[in-house]
Design a protein around this ligand. Structure first.
Ligand SMILES: C[S@@+](CC[C@H](N)C(=O)[O-])C[C@H]1O[C@@H](n2cnc3c(N)ncnc32)[C@H](O)[C@@H]1O
Length: 214
């Protein structure tokens, strides 16, 4: 670990974080919980899991993987699943690949602008894409200055990348979408998703789950 790196706990494991990636946030752990729910895996001991909507050997794509925290947690929690992850940043992919190797997670990594360069069919696409709009005056930009702008900011009220991903998921006929966004964006995302044949299943914290209606 060099002077710029630090360790951050995510879903009970240590991830190495460098200035090239977003620092994983606690609210993003819900993305992992939601996918475990979709495959009917218990999250808390003694709590009965929900009825599975997807098989344990489902295929999962994490778009905008950053440090790899979501993809790696999913690969380790669901050993039968096929997990792929992509990011537009080569440096971020380097960090994610090192974390995967250290934690023993098998993941197919790919450099890609959203799903453009990723082949294959996926049962579920998860994404914590940049969703902060630079015009938001309630954001403490100084506190975010240690993280890359490409991991934080998006145009169109922060929704530009999320909307593009929803459109791509519609074209690729992805059955389930699990997206993180600020709660102030949830209504607009729900409407856009509906226009693109995705119906909102549930919202938990920052995390929205959609199911296709096609
Ligand atoms: C908010 S960070 C999330 C990182 C990680 N998934 C997490 O939850 O900690 C967003 C990530 O999306 C990547 N990204 C930004 N634009 C992208 C694009 N057009 N296609 C793919 N990845 C993109 C950034 O490089 C960054 O790693």
């Amino acid at each position: 670990m060099n002077a710029d790196s630090r360790k951050i706990d995510f879903y009970g494991r240590d991830f190495t974080i460098t200035p090239d990636v977003l620092i994983p946030r606690p609210e993003t752990e819900m993305v992992v919980d939601v996918v475990l729910n979709l495959v009917g895996k218990p999250i808390l001991p003694g709590v009965k899991p929900r009825k599975a909507k997807l098989p344990q050997d489902c295929s999962i794509l994490d778009v905008g993987t950053g440090s790899g925290c979501v993809a790696i947690s999913l690969a380790l929690e669901l050993p039968a699943a096929h997990v792929s992850a992509c990011d537009i940043s080569e440096k971020a992919l380097g960090v994610a690949q090192k974390n995967a190797a250290k934690l023993g997670a098998k993941i197919e990594f790919k450099k890609s602008d959203l799903m453009n360069d990723v082949d294959g069919d996926f049962d579920v696409v998860v994404a914590n894409l940049p969703y902060v709009d630079e015009s938001w005056d309630w954001i403490d930009k100084e506190a975010l200055a240690r993280e890359p702008a490409i991991a934080l900011y998006a145009k169109d009220g922060g929704l530009a990348l999320i909307k593009k991903l929803i459109s791509q998921a519609t074209e690729r006929k992805v059955p389930y979408l699990v997206l993180e966004a600020d709660p102030c964006q949830h209504e607009r995302i729900t409407s856009f998703a509906k226009e693109n044949d995705y119906l909102l299943l549930e919202i938990r914290g920052f995390v929205m789950t959609f199911n296709c209606s096609f």
